[in-house]
Design a protein around this ligand. Sequence first.
Ligand code: BG6
Length: 485
Amino acid sequence: MVSRVIPVDPFDLVVFGATGDLARRKIIPALFRRFCAGQMPDTARIVGAARSAIDTAAFREQVRAAIGEFGGGRDCPHDTMQGFLSRLDYVCIDARGTAGWSELAALLPHDRVRAFYFSVAPGLFGDLAARIHRHGMASAQTRIVVEKPFGHDHATARALNHELAEHFDEGQIYRIDHYLGKETVQNLMAVRFSNVLFEPLWNSQYIDHIQITVAETVGVGGRGEYYDKSGAMRDMVQNHLMQLLCLIAMEPPSRFDPDAVRDEKLKVIRALDPVAPHHIVRGQYEAGSDGAPGYREAVGDPRSKTESYVAIKANISNWRWAGTPFYLRTGKRLKARSSVINVVFKTLPHSIFGPDAGGGANILSIRLQPNEGITLRVTIKEPGPGGMRLIEVPLDMTFAEALGPEGGDPPDAYERLIMDVIRGNQTLFMRGDEVEAAWRWTDPVIAGWTGRGEAPKPYASGSAGPDAAEEMLRRDGRQWRGINP
Ligand code: BG6
């Protein structure tokens, strides 16, 4: 399958924090791949801006190295690198001072699409926004892109929204949740809203419960300082898992346009019940048998109570979902990297084959990564004579097989999202009220366990997480679908 490249208008993209980790790992390689794909117009320019006192030549060398390390373009000829590097400029800038700002403004002479990517600590968002404005770089065609963490709680997220709103309209602010840029996450909407098959069954009358799992094998690595102040709840649940929950649970938007989609997502978040303490399990990984450090060692705090794993039973109080729980879990250093949504349908009201014939509930599994695809577990007759015995079999579609190589090797989320910024399409970005609503649900959960002084339960690295998470479902007569590679 050959992907279609839809050209975008000429643009200037300024990346603040251009020498930082996110820029090197994700933003720059994504831009390079779009360049290789032929999506970048001839006059598009990228300006790196950071504190480091380097010149454009040195920045280009850093970019070359980053692309080499973190993934160049597929099928990208060697000399294409030169072409890409020639699009780059660099300005040494002081986000809180005056140095570099006039120089930056001079590099952006045209009033055309101008995007400013804030790949910096949130504490600098307001300073950057104010200076872009002050130096005459904010026009109707200007957009700003901000990364998570968008706040630490509701109050800080709200304050950030206010700071940005002083200089930019909501329609100019692109809050990234990179999960929304993943092909398979967008596919959730395609599966739900382009097939007549699922939507009539998509409610508490037919669905017993839904499980959303985002399991990682990596630990906190070198991000201990940030992570220990966040934990899995802030790092993953408040944003990525909430977004998955919204896409699975929302009402069909009237159109696939930014506000129609985001209005429906917001309604889901607002309909979430507060979470009872016995519907939460927190865990913290221990040292691995492979010699990898345990969580506390990794973050350098032998008494840390921060969770690297969390499982939650969430309830959405609306007509569609009352009575169908959503079980969310995410954790680090688990036994496999596996992001999957399991929609577990109810069992039949009555089996004409009798209670001993076998068979089970239909389960729709949507594998987000890796091994992207969809499996529907259906019940059929076991072949052979000897009466009507039923067995469950998977109706399996792996995208790589069904769609060819591109189905199994989709573009990185950042490629899609950055091009959407240039196109001015906010559908896959979080609106300010959405982020605030997500924090409003998350804050009391965190305040609850902090107030109770609870420590997370230890779990073995390479396991499926704490036993208590299994127990939480067992109490409901259910079980987690396995974390499978
Ligand atoms: C980030 C979190 O937002 O998402 C990380 O901060 C996490 O802790 C990462 O590892 C997971 O993203 P992905 O794309 O690898 O599933």
